[in-house]
Design a protein around this ligand. Structure first.
Ligand SMILES: [Zn+2]
Ligand SMILES: [Zn+2]
Length: 315
């Protein structure tokens, strides 16, 4: 009995390694899912935390979730070419999640000579945004086709507006969108990605959400946003609304306790008034004893029977 429980504990242990990031970002263990945090930041223009963007590689599918500032540069750092991306999924249309899109799409197209449109899935408003972006960059697109001989189809965005449910199913990979609660930003989505008996859940931007908990239950890896603010912030403070759109460490602990992921990771880290990441971790750990990691740009997770965490080398 003792030996059995030890085996169970060992098998549940998350294996954490400190290996260098993969030299070739396009390589992924075909039996599992690989998740790479390209950007773990917020609207703040920080060098160490680029805008929100997460790469999920599963089987032959290479999927990008949000296109925050610098996502193309991060893809370049892991040597993953833009033309390998099968689809982009947007959680919501706040600018910090989409300002990297023109660079990703147009520079990516110019460099790789991608010959197919980029599929973009997102909430209501995504089609209009894609249409206007193509109008805004019409001059460049025309010149690139005529002068740089870039394939015309690769200069296009193909947008699909989604609702809660299975929105993408290719080569054994399933993407399920679910509504989260991002205050007045409606709808805002989180995503569950399933492949070969494993799953990953990305929260997007949300405050405490029961719907997220029910869609995330039992997932291997839960990547969740977090926000820490001064304990006393009056309703008249202009930052008060920010606190109503995001999840506190204490709330995140409640979420993790119900979802019971093998590993929880913070990304999209909002810190107001000098609050620190240590405070975020300490507050969470007061109420949650499971495996938890503070995400970093270019940190990646290989999800199979265990989860291997690859930390980027310190710069
Ligand atoms: Zn955001
Ligand atoms: Zn947002």
């Amino acid at each position: 009995m003792k030996r059995l429980s030890l085996t169970v504990i060992l098998s549940l242990l998350v294996l954490i390694s400190f290996a260098q990031i993969n030299k070739d970002g396009s390589q992924v263990n075909v039996s599992g899912i690989k998740v790479t945090l390209l950007g773990t930041g917020t609207p703040q223009p920080l060098m160490e935390r680029f805008g929100p963007s997460i790469l999920v590689q599963a089987g032959s599918e290479t999927l990008l979730f949000d296109a925050g500032r610098g996502c193309l540069q991060r893809l370049h750092q892991i040597k993953l070419d833009y033309d390998k991306i099968n689809a982009l999924f947007l959680t919501h249309l706040h600018s910090d999640h989409i300002v990297g899109l023109p660079d990703l799409w147009l520079t990516g197209w110019l460099i790789t000579k991608r010959a197919t449109p980029l599929k973009v899935f997102g909430p209501l408003g995504t089609k209009e945004m894609a249409e206007y972006l193509q109008k805004a960059f019409a001059y460049d697109i025309k010149i690139r086709v005529e002068d740089d001989k870039a394939p015309q189809e690769g200069g296009k965005l193909s947008a699909t507006e989604i609702q809660q449910g299975v929105i993408y199913e290719e080569n054994g990979v399933k993407v399920i969108a679910f509504e989260v609660d991002h205050g007045v930003v409606k709808p805002a989505f989180g995503y569950r990605i399933e492949y070969n008996g494993h799953s990953v859940v990305l929260s997007g931007d949300t405050r405490y959400s029961e719907n997220l908990i029910s869609f995330a239950k039992g997932t291997d890896l839960l990547v969740h946003e977090v926000m820490i603010a001064p304990d006393t912030l009056s309703k008249s403070d202009p930052r008060y609304n920010i606190t109503q759109h995001h999840t506190t460490p204490t709330q995140a602990a409640q979420i993790f306790n119900q979802v019971k992921p093998k590993l929880a990771v913070y990304s999209h880290i909002v810190k107001l008034s000098g609050r620190t990441e240590d405070e975020i971790m300490n507050r969470t750990k007061t109420d949650y004893s499971g495996a938890l990691i503070m995400g970093q740009d270019l940190m990646s997770f290989s999800i199979g029977d265990t989860i291997i965490v690859n930390r980027p080398q310190s710069k």
